[in-house]
Write a protein that binds this ligand. Structure first.
Ligand code: COA
Length: 220
């Protein structure tokens, strides 16, 4: 029987996560997930319309979810690593447990471990001897090279690429089309801008842009 599932966040990635769930169900002989609906504290009118058009239910706020007696499985479909962490920590503390979702059109190679709460979208490529932490998002066409470790709550936006032998620490966000060259470490909570190419280790919390990537200038 399919397990009940709730997605937290009805924005872009939340609804892309619905696509992943639907594709997993369509590919299985028996559907794996029964999607109860989406939780969103600040549902916009346009996202409400998008949910209605797909026949998806808005189940209220995070507080409404926490107030349920039942404990459906969950996944957080929110792109911000920090927001994702805060929500996952509250839900885990309340006895919920996260699921791992991999789109059937992603490819996962050999000796790969994937943490709970991680969502792997269509076209993502994960090769060999790789560890993906908890609540990682691999957006469409993201690629992770051999022997690389992604920490918890890492977001790889569409078409971003981390090469072999890299360490990407917790809560890093790699923007659309961002590239990390091989054997580099990206420090915790760093942001790699869209289309940047990282060629040196990145300190924690840095925001890097350009080719080669340099710290973003802050105009005070
Ligand atoms: C790097 C980033 C986080 C900076 O965000 P921000 O602080 O809001 O930056 P701003 O938009 O205010 O831009 C500040 C300056 O940096 C420049 N800049 C912003 N992003 C840049 C990037 N990726 N590469 C090069 N320059 C960039 C802007 O042109 C601007 O320069 P200016 O002051 O000379 O005009 C953001 O632009 C980015 O690339 N995010 C990733 C987005 C993404 O992946 N989207 C897909 C979602 S699925």
């Amino acid at each position: 029987m399919a397990d009940d599932l709730i997605i937290v966040g009805a924005g872009g990635f939340g609804r892309e996560t619905v696509d992943v769930v639907e594709a997993i169900n369509a590919a299985a002989a028996v559907p794996s997930w029964h999607l109860l609906g989406l939780v969103d504290d600040a549902l916009t009118e346009s996202n409400a319309r998008r949910l209605r058009a797909r026949g998806l239910r808005h189940l209220g706020s995070l507080e409404d979810l926490l107030a349920l007696e039942a404990r459906p499985r969950y996944v957080v479909g929110i792109g911000s690593p920090l927001v994702r962490r805060r929500i996952a920590e509250r839900l885990d503390a309340a006895g919920f447990s996260a699921v791992t979702l991999t789109h059937p059109q992603a490819t996962i190679g050999s000796e790969v471990t994937i943490g709970s709460g991680t969502v792997v979208c269509a076209g993502a490529r994960v090769t060999t001897n790789i560890r993906l932490g908890k609540h990682v998002h691999l957006n469409p066409n993201a690629t992770v090279g051999h022997d690389t470790v992604l920490g918890d709550f890492v977001s790889m936006n569409p078409a971003s690429s981390v090469s072999g032998d890299c360490v990407v620490e917790d809560e890093v966000l790699i923007g659309v089309g961002g590239v990390v060259l091989n054997q580099l470490t990206v420090g915790a909570a760093a942001v790699i801008g869209g289309s940047a190419c990282v060629v040196r280790d990145v300190p924690p919390g840095a925001v890097m842009v350009g080719v080669p990537a340099r710290p973003m200038e802050v105009n005070l």
